[in-house]
Design a binder for this molecule. Structure first.
Ligand SMILES: *Cc1c(COP(=O)(O)O)cnc(C)c1O
Length: 407
């Protein structure tokens, strides 16, 4: 393919990516030039409704003007101090995040995977220094079909063969139990178990909900065995499922929560772990850190992202619009649909094996003006920004309905 075509043509940008980039993704061939709210526009001027939201990173909608302004204002003052010095954004960010979530302390990182690594390190050290597990023996229980990022330790407990193939040797210390099975969790616990780390709703795993009551049972089991309940809310948190945290649907509080994605509204990688003083208190100067973690630019953007989430009642909008979107999807009378499921604006449509895979439906949706991505082979995820309106869902359904019924 020519690399000097008319630069407004998608083929040019696609060819550049293919020639010079590592091929670690298989994106839809839509080349985005700009975006606002729920809408994105490609290099040829075609408009689409974004039903992926960068995997929940743009819950606040694309290019939110308040986040834009916060980014610009802070970029004109100071962007990075490193944690060798203090800055005037980190303290307020800590306070606002702790007040919103109800946890005593926070630890900021950048990517979601780093927040997960931080939580796992905190749990291990808590196990040795507080619970009294013998050095080097800590076990962490996780669920099958999990997704928590791509570092070597995280893929060490993945059950997705492709995520692991070729990347061993793996980090020891993890035990895998079926998701949604509280009895299996309890049976896997030993005196060396320090934590249960899991997603309250499995996102990348295919929008999998646990049976009702699971989170309460997990809470009770963790209490009884003195192990930490760690909820990975990087995708489900910050309003996506209709509440601040997915765990809130059962009125349960995890001991530690990982956050990322929408923590910066998609402007800048900001992640964090929130927990009690006892848990995050295990870290002493030099134990853990990151050059960019807690930088003033990230903190300023994250503060604005949390403000927008609250002032625009995005969790409530996700609950209302999610219920409406799901109802509309359930009405689609298509021979391909096995199940419509989800919570808030995290919705999965599982297709029957006979449908020929979700990818061709995502490609047809793209042609119709809806951007979606398949997860696993047979599931289409509908997860638009939380600012979506009823009229925009109606606009989307006019296009989604015929695609789901196509031959
Ligand atoms: C996306 C995701 C992560 C990893 O976040 P990155 O920013 O991609 O490293 C971890 N956990 C869950 C549940 C996620 O959805």
């Amino acid at each position: 393919m020519a690399l000097h075509l008319n630069e407004s043509q998608a083929e040019y940008f696609i060819a550049l990516e293919e020639q010079y980039g590592a091929h670690n993704y298989h994106p839809l061939d839509v080349v985005v030039r700009e975006a606002s709210g729920v809408w994105v526009t490609d290099v040829e001027g075609k408009r689409y409704l974004d039903c992926l939201s960068a995997y929940s990173a743009v819950n606040q909608g694309h290019a939110h003007p308040r986040l834009q302004q916060a980014l610009i204002d802070q970029a004109q003052r100071v962007t990075l101090t490193s944690r060798a010095f203090r800055n005037d954004q980190l303290g307020p960010f800590y306070r606002e995040l702790c007040e919103l979530t109800g946890y005593a302390r926070a630890l900021p990182m950048n990517s979601g995977a780093e927040a997960v690594e931080t939580a796992l390190k905190a749990a291990r050290k808590w196990g040795y220094t507080v619970k009294g597990v013998p050095e080097g023996q800590a076990e962490i229980i996780v669920c099958d079909n999990n997704f928590a990022g791509r570092t070597i330790s995280i893929i060490s407990f993945s059950t997705e063969p492709q995520y692991r193939a070729g990347f061993g040797p793996f980090t020891p210390g993890f035990k895998i139990v079926p998701f949604g099975d509280a009895a299996a969790l309890e049976a896997a616990i030993t005196p060396h178990t320090v934590a249960f780390f899991f997603e309250p709703i499995q996102g990348e795993g295919g929008i999998i909900l646990a049976p009702d009551g699971y989170l309460k049972q997990v809470r009770e089991i963790c209490n009884r065995h003195n192990i930490l309940m760690i909820a990975d809310e990087i995708q489900t948190g910050l309003g996506r499922t209709g509440k601040l945290f997915a765990s809130d649907h059962e009125g349960v509080r995890a001991d530690m929560v990982t956050l990322g994605k929408a923590l910066s509204g998609g402007f800048y990688p900001v992640s964090a772990v929130v927990a009690s003083d006892e848990i995050l208190g295990v870290f002493h100067p030099g134990d853990h850190g990151s050059t960019f973690g807690g930088n003033p630019l990230g903190c300023a953007v994250a503060r604005a992202a949390l403000q927008v989430l609250q002032e625009e009642n995005l969790a409530q909008n996700a609950a209302e619009m999610g219920a409406y979107f799901m109802e509309r999807l359930e009405e689609v009378n298509s021979p391909h649909i096995l199940e419509v499921r989800g919570r808030g604006l995290l919705i999965g449509v599982e297709l029957k094996p006979s449908a020929g895979g979700a990818r061709r439906f995502c490609e047809a949706l793209q042609s119709a003006g809806i951007l979606c991505k398949e997860t696993h082979q047979h599931i289409i995820r509908f997860a638009p920004p939380l600012v979506i309106s009823r009229q925009e869902i109606d606009w989307a359904m006019e296009r989604i309905d015929p695609v789901l019924k196509m031959a």
